[in-house]
Design a protein around this ligand. Sequence first.
Ligand code: PMP
Length: 360
Amino acid sequence: MARVYNFSAGPSMLFEQVLKTAQSELMEYGSSGQSVMEMSHRSSTFDAIIKDTEARLRRVLSIPDNYKVGFIQGGASTQFDMVPLNLMTTGQADYLVTGNFSNRAAKEAAKFGKVNIVANTKDINYTAIPDVDAIQYTPGASYVHICENNTIFGTRFTKVPQVEGVPLVSDMSSCILSRPTDVSKYGLIYFGVQKNVAPAGMAIAIVREDLLGHAAQNVPSMLNYTTLIEADSMYNTPPCWCIYMTGLTLKYIEEEIGGLAEMEKRNNAKAKVLYDYLDSQEFFKNPVNKPDRSIMNVTFTSPDPDTDKLFCAKAAEAGFVNLKGHRLVGGMRASIYNAMPAEGVAKLVQFMEDFVKQYG
Ligand code: PMP
């Protein structure tokens, strides 16, 4: 078996130990005589799995008691709709557009009410994050929405908006569990799990209690946080396998890594190796404003698109896959989520140095 270093933006690498545990439990979970994939979601065995997963998430992220957790089908994009459907009680909300996904989120929200684009970095091709303290927020906005880590453009917020009396909603799909998060700064956090947590197929929402229960009567039950959360994510059949895998990842972060402070240390160290290399030479370029650089998604270009193509092809031959940048940006992108080992990044840098020697 030869496992590659997978730099995909998502779905992405999972911790090897997590995969091994899943493998060892695939045919029979515990002494249940069945796989988690086959198990009734109403069984006591699965009930223990979902409860343990939520409890671990609460411990790892230090989620305060006045926040509820929902395991929700539909990925992060469904959250683009659920957020306005449940939270836009004043008929308007503020959106910071700092990339493709916040733009999509804003467009979805505009189907349900007035969207105020209070910041937009499109004119600089989303290469920097705006100063959140210099933004004119709208009095009477139901919430302020951000995408905390911009997967495609390789930027991230180092400071989040805090507007008196207006809850902050954050899409943390590509940075969740990468570092400690002060959940109390947010009204709602959501993320698709397919980057840092589990296989694709689920989003998790962490919602402050007082924001629940305000959706209009005609909001579909499956898009109503209150319906789903009051039923402990068992209103219908939940994404059982994703929940189980989420639990395994959280167990690994909690027990093997030792929590999010250590996770952040490792992620910062990995990103530094790559950015230090990018800053030390002229062949590859990273366009992002330095203080706003993502520690999860590192973008770079070679001198021209043909060389980008050659680089990706040669890299794939050498076992570094999915380095092609998103079509909106071109070039390359190395997504170095939690499960990418430090060795994978060090070896990629070595490969880049060798490539420049040969083709530079
Ligand atoms: N938000 C962010 C930050 C993302 O990176 C993605 C997917 N790459 C999405 C939302 C959309 O997620 P999904 O495909 O789960 O709907």
